[in-house]
Design a protein around this ligand. Sequence first.
Ligand SMILES: [Zn+2]
Length: 201
Amino acid sequence: MTKTAPRLYVACLASYNNGVLHGRWIDVGQDADEIQSEIAAILRESQFPNVTVDCPECDGVGCTECGDTGKVASAEEWAVHDFEGFGEINLGEYPDIEEVAALAAAIDEHGEPFLAWAANASDNRDPDDFQESYSGEYDDLADYVTDFWEQAGWKPVEDHRQWWHPTRYIDWEAMARDLQLNGDVWTAQSSDFRTYVFQNN
Ligand SMILES: [Zn+2]
């Protein structure tokens, strides 16, 4: 997976409907308010305004932007015509900008495991839910199972005289398979072929 900072291509729909491509890429690794104001700027630059909006420049008298009317022309509607850096998450054409900003922040913080989790179900979006579900990165699921029991106090063989230690006779692979079949956990493969383990809760 290439590491691309999440961004959206926002297009002005009035322009689009008039056969003109007007829009640009917006970095969404910032607050929703900042994203909204970049979208508003795109719409105000439209050749096909259909509404008036509050002037963004007014801070007193003598505004050259609006001639002190407090209003400027703008196109009203926009759509997302492309996006990248969201893995397999499909934002659609009309995403909620608050949600986009929250997703971008979670991707920035948690990276690839978050993208794998979010790709697994369309309601996997909340970073708190992710942290509850994600158990970490392992060689494979058997590695997770072994680690789980070691954390729980099971000691692997350390003494050569104990070659007949029970650890040598445990089928970790079979335990891993059953854990997954039982629906307790699910896994996703990382780009370097390691295994992300998630709890089904
Ligand atoms: Zn103004």
